[in-house]
Design a protein around this ligand. Structure first.
Ligand code: HEM
Length: 401
């Protein structure tokens, strides 16, 4: 039993000038608090977040709790978006979740993904060739196209459609950002367009199966394991999840190296440190700040009793900066040992694409640093940042080569 009589402290996390800095401050003051604008609890600290990630009474919340703040008419208008999200593997029933994990896991194991290394290396080389005129904008020229093309190839998507994927994904990402009705309308338009497009590919694979993920889903459909709506909803999820986060890891990771020249020099002198550098990028500036859960039964979190139906944000970023687990947590140290970060989550919803994201970033940083020994920030153009929910995301990272 936890303490249900003590008042939970409140913090206006989203109103802070620098929410990430404030998040660490909150963590130092209270293991659990209430964030009114999220209408949810927030859990900080490594041990608390790990315990909560392992708590079966906390289920992945379907990112749609923000819809409840909208008017009845807006909720009705956005029903197709909500229905699609509710079919995503992490957000559906536990039975549906297992079914999709079972179908997909062999495509994302470390050994399967290692088999993609030569193709990832080749594509990275092509992207670097195209940018080799002395300058590059890392976000648009490398960080996005690399993971986007790899996941699109896994799906057998035609090359000419891949630019649309970035626009769709950008709009879909808003679902996770406590967005307003207009932004969600744009997300819905992108989800519906993407689903229509995918239905065409599904029909094609029914007639002409190939060796790709959609053909695998079509075979599972024939065996009665999934239906078409589930297939297209989860393809949207994978295409979106498969590149947006990894793109952020590559651009923010390179930015960390550029801002820490000693670590950049160390990595250049010993490329064998690349896997450990990628882990440290994930810890220090990983793409995911919080994951969201809903209590499906009475649970005790960080010593407090939480009733069923309440939403709980687990601050992965705070856990990854807990000084009890990561000494000198703000320091970016590519040789950090025992780096047990939670950037990919943990437990039942652990990231399906973790091995793929690791291999893509590993290949990307190795080749980038080898090809361009003088790579440095562009003297005349600073990086462009945009505030997305709790963090500043890199929109452009111009470099000289
Ligand atoms: C740096 C890159 C990435 C990061 C930081 C990341 C992070 C995460 C996190 C934190 C979760 C857990 C969410 C939760 O607990 O509620 C997750 C789940 C998931 N991720 Fe990733 N991800 C990355 C790349 C990818 C890639 C490349 C793919 C796909 C190909 C992918 C597909 C998924 C899926 C399908 C889930 C849901 C898994 C489940 O519910 O069983 N992710 N990811």
């Amino acid at each position: 039993m936890g303490n249900s009589t003590v008042t939970v402290p409140e913090f206006d996390l989203l109103g802070a000038d620098d929410p990430l800095e404030y998040l660490l401050e909150i963590g130092a003051r209270a293991p659990l608090c209430w964030v009114p604008k999220l209408h949810a609890y927030l859990v900080c600290g490594y041990d608390n977040v790990v315990t909560a990630l392992r708590n079966a009474g906390l289920r992945s919340a379907n990112a749609t709790q923000g819809f409840e703040r909208l008017s009845a008419a807006e909720q009705e208008e956005l029903r197709p978006l909500r229905m699609s999200i509710e079919m995503w593997m992490g957000h559906t029933t536990p039975e549906g979740h297992h079914r999709f994990q079972h179908l997909l896991k062999r495509y994302f194991t470390p050994s399967t993904v290692n088999g993609l290394r030569p193709r990832i290396r080749q594509l990275t080389g092509e992207l670097l060739d195209a940018a080799a005129d002395g300058r590059m904008e890392v976000v648009a020229d490398l960080a996005y196209p690399l993971p986007a093309n790899i996941i699109a190839e896994m799906f057998g998507m035609p090359t000419d459609e891949r630019d649309r994927l970035r626009v769709w994904s950008r709009h879909i990402g808003a679902v996770f950002q406590n967005a307003d009705a207009d932004t969600l309308r744009r997300s819905q338009a992108s989800v519906l367009e993407m689903q229509d497009y995918l239905r065409g590919i599904v029909a094609d694979r029914r007639a002409r199966p190939r060796d790709d993920l959609i053909s695998m889903f079509v075979a599972a459909e024939r065996d009665g394991l999934v239906d078409e709506d589930e297939i297209v909803a989860n393809c949207v999820l994978l295409l979106f999840a498969g590149h947006e986060t990894t793109a952020n890891l590559i651009s923010h990771g390179l930015n960390l190296l550029l801002n820490n020249p000693d670590q950049l020099a160390l990595l250049r002198s010993d490329p064998g440190l690349t896997p450990s550098a990628v882990e440290e990028m994930l810890r220090r500036d990983g793409p995911v700040i919080t994951v969201v859960r809903e209590a499906v039964e009475p649970v005790t979190v960080a010593g407090y009793d939480i009733p069923p139906g309440q939403h709980v944000f687990l601050a992965v970023y705070s856990a990854n900066h807990d000084p009890a687990v990561f000494p000198d947590p703000l320091r970016f140290d590519i040789t950090r040992r025992n780096n047990r970060h939670l950037a990919f989550g943990m437990g039942a919803y652990y990231c399906l694409g973790a091995a793929l994201a690791r291999v893509e970033s590993d290949e990307c940083f190795r080749l980038l640093l080898r090809r361009f020994p003088d790579l440095r920030p562009a003297a005349d153009q600073p990086p462009a940042l945009v505030r997305v929910s709790m963090r500043d995301r890199l929109e452009a990272l111009p470099v000289e080569l």
